[in-house]
Design a protein around this ligand. Structure first.
Ligand code: ARG
Length: 284
């Protein structure tokens, strides 16, 4: 595809009111899945984040890293076990989760942002006493449920022009260790605690589809109040249910809108935020 100079100017012109509207507002981006594995997509995501930050949007990145955790567990010969879609986390697994998320992935993301001219500060939920959690249920081992979020380390970073990059390991409030936290849930809670303008979930799907087999059946926008009916109708099902629950919870607690977008589409963050029609599903 090639664009004329006029096309380019039109795109920038469409973006202008959004750049103005979101200036100085907080946008939480949950980053995970395939957009994290492919090098090309990773660069596109990071450059979107840097661009948004440079035009004055306060971007907070919350990341997962399931595939990389699996890879490391494989390498050390430890089996990944899932219970109802959540990783069963024993102490040994927790150690690896913490090493991979907070050590490897977090630092990789931070250094990529810095390479592209952004300012980033890597944190995990333990740093600055940001995220406290208790055990979600015995069934999942060391998977935590968030009890408390202290936004201070995040706002301090933002106020100093840094993009906080957060890996979702929390400090245990009920014993002396850490908990593994689902990154979608953590992102939603962080967005709520910050009273963010938006939360964006980068996923491996187009968004909410009326018919899962038809990419053209994308539901472009939906009210939080319409979600329960869509669950009942079976349009929202499987892994989409917890994602939408996170979005609805964030919107109910004051986040203006939640967006489920496709991380496999290059620059989907920019398209969603800075165009009229967006690229995924907006929940408002
Ligand atoms: N860019 C606008 C915003 O971020 C509109 C996005 C519309 N997106 C959608 N999926 N309907 O608020």
């Amino acid at each position: 595809m090639s664009y004329s100079v006029i096309d380019r100017a039109t795109v920038l012109n469409e973006a202008l009111p959004y750049i103005q509207r979101f200036n100085n507002k907080t946008v939480v981006v949950k980053y995970g899945g395939n957009a994290m594995i492919s090098d090309e997509l990773r660069s596109a995501v990071i450059s979107d984040i840097v661009l948004l930050s440079l035009v004055g949007i306060k971007v907070v990145v919350v990341h997962g890293g399931g595939p990389e955790i699996n890879e490391m567990l494989n390498k050390v010969g430890k089996e990944s076990k899932f219970v109802n879609g959540l990783r069963y986390t024993d102490q040994e697994t927790m150690d690896i989760v913490q090493m991979v998320l907070c050590g490897k992935l977090n630092k990789e993301l931070v250094s990529r942002i810095i390479d592209l001219g952004g300012k980033a500060l890597g944190l995990c939920g333990i740093d600055g006493g940001m995220i406290k959690a208790v055990q979600l249920s015995e069934e999942y081992g060391l998977v935590g449920e968030i009890t408390d979020i202290n936004t201070e380390p995040i706002t301090a970073a933002l106020e100093n022009g840094y993009i906080p990059v957060i890996s979702t390991v929390a400090q245990a409030a009920d014993h002396s260790g850490s908990y593994n936290i689902n990154a979608d849930t953590a992102a939603a809670k962080i967005a709520s605690a910050l009273q963010a303008e938006k939360i964006i979930l980068l996923t491996d799907i187009r968004g909410l589809l009326r018919d899962v087999n038809d990419e053209n059946s994308l539901i472009n926008s939906v009210r939080a109040s319409e979600v329960p009916a869509l669950v009942k109708e079976g349009i929202i099902k499987g892994g989409m249910i917890p994602k939408l629950e996170c979005c609805v919870e964030a919107v109910r607690s004051g986040v203006k809108s939640a967006h489920i977008i496709d991380g496999r589409i290059k620059h989907s963050i920019l398209i969603e935020l800075l165009s009229d029609s967006g690229v995924g599903t907006m929940i408002h």
